[in-house]
Design a protein around this ligand. Structure first.
Ligand SMILES: Cc1ncc(COP(=O)(O)O)c(C=O)c1O
Length: 368
């Protein structure tokens, strides 16, 4: 059986496989870190994109101050892998999860978590009290996404006052993630609406400080907005995740500021008609929640899902049809990077066409 070995050419790899172009990925990391170093804002990348301990370490080496994770199970993987300054950006609710969080904080005291309700804070406080632990918490604000979060202003102040009665919880910051703006195509509109969200976030942080709460962390931003956020006075850190690999959804919205550094390598397994080729990558290899992935380097060819294991490439009949034959290999650019990465066990990392590293997607399937 073929086992990929370091130094192998790309042609040797089995498909479908998730491959990284290392030069492009490294450029994405360097250019993002450079931007925020100039702004003086910390970068706490969202590790729910990469789900990889190795890549999390590379981001730290490049200048990140820690990481964000979405789930306790992701936090477990990252903390055990040596990434200890973690912010869990989702509210943690329910007995089993709280027990896991307590066990984690016992070992890794720098883990922080967001709260947005009195009940949620109370059960977190009780769980920590039973274990005689404290945890740093951030108030999650709704700055327009209408997902989780208390409203900026009064609601946040009310929750902060309630938190001050809960001895195991130390309020250290606020989070306000403007997820609804990440893919707004018009750059001016995206920036303008983002500044409104930052105004709500930073004025609430200031009001909390004025009321005596020690708000050190004001955290926000994704790949689409991080620059505007970082420019806004009062924001202390940004949380972009997708920039490292990008996807077609982000590329279409932002243009070429970061490169598409990850693709899924596939093989043409059938050529039934002059305008159709079938590849070995369907819904189990490529997500379609943000639209269709794109075949790389064959303009005019579109992808349609052909079921769990098959993908259909199709095109208008014309002179010089794409020269796709059975056995040809074609790279697919994901439309949504996070949900595609979560479908694969390994990253195969290439430089100049040669395999340089194989990294597990350590937190694959960690959804709890
Ligand atoms: C709370 C939070 N912060 C940051 C991000 C990172 O966003 P992106 O991967 O779009 O850069 C996300 C993504 O969903 C998120 O939910």
């Amino acid at each position: 059986m073929y086992q990929p070995r370091i130094g192998d050419p790309l042609d040797a790899l089995d498909t479908p496989s998730m491959i990284i172009d290392l030069s492009l990925m490294e450029n994405n990391i360097t250019s993002l870190m450079q931007r925020f170093r100039d702004e003086g804002t910390h970068v706490r990348p969202h590790l729910k994109t990469v789900k990889s301990v190795e890549l999390a370490h590379q981001l730290l080496v490049a200048g990140a101050i820690g990481g964000c994770v979405a789930k306790v199970s992701e936090a477990e993987v990252m903390a055990q892998g040596g990434i200890e300054d973690l912010l869990i950006t989702t509210e943690i609710v329910g007995t089993p999860k709280l027990a896991r969080l307590v066990a984690l904080v016992q070992k890794y005291p720098h883990i922080k978590v967001v709260v947005d309700s009195l009940i949620g804070a109370q059960v977190l406080n009780e769980a920590m009290q039973q274990a005689q632990l404290t945890i740093n918490v951030l108030i999650d604000l709704n700055v327009g996404q209408n997902r989780c979060g208390v409203m900026p202003g009064e609601e946040a102040l009310t929750l902060a006052h309630a938190l001050s009665e809960m001895k195991q919880l130390h309020l250290v910051g606020v989070q306000g993630y403007e997820g609804h703006l990440q893919h707004v195509h018009d750059q001016g509109e995206r920036a303008q609406r983002c500044r409104q969200a930052m105004e709500a976030l930073t004025t609430t942080a200031a009001a909390l400080r004025a009321a005596g709460f020690p708000i050190e962390i004001v955290t926000t931003g994704g790949t689409g907005t991080a620059e505007t956020c970082a420019n806004y006075t009062g924001v202390t850190e940004v949380q972009p995740g997708s920039f490292i690999f990008m996807d077609t959804d982000y590329r279409n919205a932002l243009g070429p500021c970061y490169a598409n550094a990850l693709t899924v390598l596939t093989t043409v397994i059938s050529r039934p008609t002059p305008t159709r080729a079938v590849i070995d990558a369907g819904l189990k290899s490529l997500s379609i929640d943000s639209g269709m992935p794109e075949p790389k380097g064959v303009p005019g060819v579109i992808y349609l899902p052909g079921g769990d294991e098959h993908g259909i490439l199709t095109w208008e009949e014309r002179e010089g049809n794409p020269p796709l034959e059975v056995g040809d290999r074609i790279e697919m650019i994901p439309s949504h990077i996070d949900t595609t990465v979560n479908l694969h066990d390994y990253y195969y990392a290439y430089r100049d066409g040669q395999l340089e590293a194989i990294w597990p997607v350590d937190a694959r399937g960690k959804v709890q």
